[in-house]
Structures are given as structure tokens and as C-alpha cells.
Design a protein. Structure first.
Length: 266
């Protein structure tokens, strides 16, 4: 893993994601190493994803300057890289950014796979409007290790949701991407665990084969009984429709509000 400290000239970027006005990413690159991540294609990043992290050391100061003049809007924290990846324990950039956002009273929406977010409960409580989404792809630990090699197991993420809810922080679960033969086969216990942790809002999303994704996914599934299934998913744009329908129906049965994360064609 190559880590370098860099300076940034801007902190907030306009966001096209539903419900967000701005995107804020204290790091570029990610050490979690999810093979399905399409951030490299969004960023037009040619370096090997999962093997580098750029640490934007001055981003809290840049953010403070921008918040003085920006119209108030929802800030999505961690839209293309996890703001609570392991390096956050050392640099605390996400923490310092939260402090600035609280100072200027901007609403915040965080998405993460990490329990490190719990270290910032005091900062989250100082925000008048905040929500935290925790990504959980599957309860199949063997598949999780293949596609999210350096992410925490799903039970730890469920416990993160529980702790956030007990602390009075509004939460949602992001069940995505849908992994054929892994997300769908563990969908009922997964959604039940989310509900039992106190979270009632679930967003789902299909596996999206943006440029470069198949080249990283293929080695993770090659040689398994699912290899041909993933090729079919790559080649058939309607492959995920019944899987999405299954998750939506299961959510209704369990009393959850489950919805597609992105509009069709996104």
C-alpha cells in the first residue's frame, strides 16, 4: 500500500447522487480493496485501486473556507472512497471535516463499511442533521473475503448500525452491490439482522460493471461455481431485476423501507 500526503485546492464538489448537494472525500484511493468498486472509472484513476491512498492533509482548512461562502446543502462524506478506512485512525481528516461541518451547520450523509465511525459519535451528535449509511453486501463470509478482502465482516457492520441507533443517530443500510450467489442467498437473514439492529431504511444497488470492474471481479470468482453466473450478469442488463425484486419483497415482509439506490440507467 502506497500512502502519500498531498494538498488539495478544493474540498466540496457538486454531487449528482440522489439526495446529495456536495461530495466530500478526505482521501483519494482506498485500502479496503473491494474488487467491485467503480470509483476508479468515476475518478479516471489509472493507478491500481486498493493499492494507494492520497491523504489530503489540508482538506479541513480548505473545507472551512468553502463553507463560509457555499449555499447550505447536504454533504455526502465518502462518496468515492471510505472516509473511515484504516488511515483515518492516524490522520483523523474525516473527524476534522465533521467539526467544520458542524460549525457551519451543514447537513451530512455518511456512507462507510467501518466501525471507526463510532469513534466520532460525539462529533456526529453536534450535527443538527446527520445520517450514517453502513454498507453490507452479504453474510457469506467466504465471498466477502474474495470481493472485500480488507473489509470487516458483516456482523461487525451490523453491530455498528446497532450502536449508531442506540446513540440516536439516524441510519440506513446499503445492501450493495448485489452479489449473485451471495447477497441473494443470504438476503433474508441479512435484512432481518439490519431490522433487529434498529435500522428500518435500506438502499439496494446492483453490481455495476463500469470500466475496469470486470477485470477485478473476474479473478475473484474464477474457478468457483459462480464464474459463469457473473459472466451472465455482466452480459445481460436485465440479470439483476429478479434479484432486486426479491430484496424489495423481502423488505416489505420484514417491515422495512427498501428502495433502489439509484434511478434506472444511472
Amino acid at each position: 500500500m502506497k500512502v502519500r500526503e498531498v494538498s488539495c485546492s478544493t474540498a466540496l464538489s457538486p454531487s449528482s447522487l440522489p439526495g446529495l448537494d456536495y461530495a466530500l472525500n478526505p482521501y483519494r484511493g482506498c485500502s479496503i480493496g473491494c474488487v467491485y468498486c467503480y470509483s476508479p472509472s468515476v475518478l479516471r484513476e489509472e493507478r491500481p485501486w486498493g493499492r494507494f491512498v492520497d491523504v489530503k492533509r489540508n482538506i479541513p482548512a480548505v473545507l472551512a473556507r468553502e463553507l463560509k461562502r457555499k449555499p447550505r446543502g447536504v454533504v455526502g462524506l465518502g462518496t468515492v472512497t471510505d472516509g473511515y478506512q484504516p488511515l483515518e485512525s492516524r490522520y483523523r481528516l474525516t473527524r476534522y471535516c465533521l467539526e467544520q461541518l458542524a460549525r457551519f451547520d451543514f447537513p451530512v450523509s455518511i456512507q462507510t463499511k467501518s466501525s471507526l465511525v463510532l469513534k466520532d459519535l460525539d462529533a456526529l451528535r453536534r450535527l443538527h442533521e446527520v445520517e450514517v449509511g453502513v454498507t453490507i453486501t452479504t453474510l457469506d463470509e467466504a465471498m466477502r473475503r474474495r470481493v472485500e478482502p480488507f473489509a470487516s465482516p458483516a456482523p461487525r457492520r451490523i453491530e455498528t448500525l446497532r450502536a449508531l441507533n442506540e446513540a440516536g443517530i439516524r441510519t440506513w443500510a446499503f445492501v450493495g452491490p448485489i452479489l449473485p450467489g451471495a447477497t441473494d442467498t443470504t438476503a433474508e437473514p441479512l435484512l432481518r439482522a439490519v431490522r433487529d439492529a434498529g435500522t428500518t431504511h435500506v438502499m439496494i444497488d446492483r453490481l455495476r460493471f463500469r470500466p475496469g470492474v470486470w477485470e477485478r471481479v473476474q479473478p475473484a470468482v474464477e474457478g468457483t461455481p459462480l464464474a459463469e453466473t457473473y459472466r451472465e450478469a455482466r452480459d445481460d442488463e436485465r440479470f439483476f431485476e429478479p434479484l432486486e425484486a426479491k430484496l424489495l419483497a423481502l423488505g416489505r415482509e420484514l417491515g422495512l423501507r427498501v428502495e433502489l439506490a439509484f434511478p434506472s440507467g444511472w
